[in-house]
Design a protein around this ligand. Sequence first.
Ligand code: ADP
Ligand code: MG
Length: 356
Amino acid sequence: MEPPNIERLDERTVQRIAAGEVVERPASVVKELIENSLDAGASRVAVSVEAGGTEGVRVRDDGVGIPEDQLEAAVAEHATSKIGDIEDLDRGVGTLGFRGEALYTVGAVSRLTVRSRPPGAAAGAEITVDGGDVGDVRPAGCPEGTTVEVDDLFYNTPARKKFLKRTATEFDRVNTVVTGYALANPDVAVSLEHDGRETFATEGNGDLRSAVLAVYGREVAEAMVDVAWAPDGDGDPTGPDAADPPVRGVSGLVSHPETTRSTREYLATYVNGRYVTASALREAVLDAYGGQLAPDRYPFAVLFVEVPPGDVDVNVHPRKLEVRFDEEPAVREAVEGAVEEALLDHGLIRSTAPRG
Ligand code: ADP
Ligand code: MG
């Protein structure tokens, strides 16, 4: 055997390999773009995709926009307006993004256009990135806000492209992502369109039940009951007893035990506004139903858990949605108790012997 010949990879190869770590499929692009729109304070976010997102993804918002002279920075590596240094991260970030790598990464493996006009600006401008090649900033006619278009995802990484599933499967994943943000942000009008046909559109009127109605339909919306829990039950988080409770609140909606589906997908949990898949939270919700669910059936839930920002690790891998809690037992207990109370209040479960 010949001795190995070790060589440094060229920049483009490194860039594309790294991109595959963050952007796995159209749904991951949609996630990043929606997060940017929400971080930009948008009150409307319109998502439209072609062929499950494999051919095109477009996200338009009415947020703060990107000034013409910052478009280049927006698509540059490790460039962000959201944190300055690692201390900002330790304090807990208030934005969904902070790595400054989404637009750069997406631009490396697609044809990307970022077009923007900050509110009040006389004109808009756009920048394109084609497989990592950054073009010039050009004037562009556009409404106030930002539109990001991603075409031909993975056209230059055929191995990645081959890994994509059928159009319908990719769209399902896109739908799950957009739904997740629509429910987490009932004050934002979120819409989704697939191949020119509207999938759903929330009103953005701030009412969670109205968002559930738009996304899941009337039958589900009517089967949901309110969950509202605060430490000490006095709802005063500034009270002396509640100096620094490990759980600041649990709220949202959960379904009647007979309104279920066969997958866990509709059991949506959020920690400090961020969509997460924490098995601890799911189990706590299921435990609250105390055996009232049919085997292998899962309820609908849209559940928001608030914990002190320092008690939850959000600095996990960008593609992963799992979180770690410092005070997991307390979080589990609060969630189970909150859901159980809501179900009991509505007579949807029978009260049993005290838990313990
Ligand atoms: P991050 O979100 O981690 O900062 P991104 O690559 O997603 O990194 O975005 C880079 C920067 O571009 C953001 O910090 C923000 O300043 C700007 N930006 C991206 N999308 C939008 C948008 N929809 N509206 C306003 N600014 C945006
Ligand atoms: Mg981002």
